[in-house]
Design a protein around this ligand. Structure first.
Ligand code: RP5
Length: 171
């Protein structure tokens, strides 16, 4: 029998992707999620990638987050080898500023979905929150953490509003 699917596989195409994807890792850990980080490339280590994805479900992975730049085949290839949800984070790498990776991830053919988020660190953070929301469907404690996260975020907007009003009142 396979384990409960409550872990996140965080895959990056190269170590050069980690500087941005560390944001994703930190956000996942803030939700106390178990994260398996792997450098696996669709183009440079295709056999290793396929083997990892095929074994992942049996090892308790519930969702994949994949960050890659340039032609960014990583999330599409992962999605081709699994029925688990796959989130793609397009990364800036090279002269096209991440637009290349964005289009590669978002333009998947019908039948092989990749949920694509924004380019760079905003996308990396949202990928973590989206993965947590997916896992929270079967984890009430994680859902409570997401609710607290949203409340804290709302509170920070209130504080920003107060700061702007204070600046205006001094003018
Ligand atoms: C992609 O190529 C990786 O995801 C990375 O964003 C980009 C460049 O890789 P390196 O040349 O830095 O290893 O496969």
């Amino acid at each position: 029998m396979s384990q409960r699917a409550n872990k996140v596989a965080l895959l990056i195409g190269s170590d050069s992707d980690w500087a941005v994807m560390e944001t994703c890792y930190r956000q996942l850990r803030e939700f106390d999620l178990q994260v398996d980080v792997q450098v696996l490339s669709a183009h440079r280590s295709p056999d290793d990638l396929r083997k990892y994805v095929q074994l992942a479900e049996g090892s308790g992975i519930g969702v994949f987050i994949t960050g890659a730049g340039m032609s960014a085949a990583l999330p599409g290839v992962v999605s081709a080898h699994t029925t688990l949800p796959v989130i793609g984070v397009p990364l800036e790498s090279g002269i096209l500023g991440g637009l290349d990776a964005l289009l590669s991830m978002v333009q998947m053919p019908p039948g092989v979905p990749v949920g694509t988020v924004a380019i760079g660190s905003a996308g990396a953070k949202n990928a973590a929150i989206l993965a947590a929301r997916i896992l929270a469907l079967s984890d009430p404690a994680l859902k409570s953490k997401l609710e607290r996260f949203a409340e804290t975020q709302t509170q920070s907007v209130h504080e920003k509003g107060k700061k702007v009003k204070a600046k205006i009142s001094k003018q």
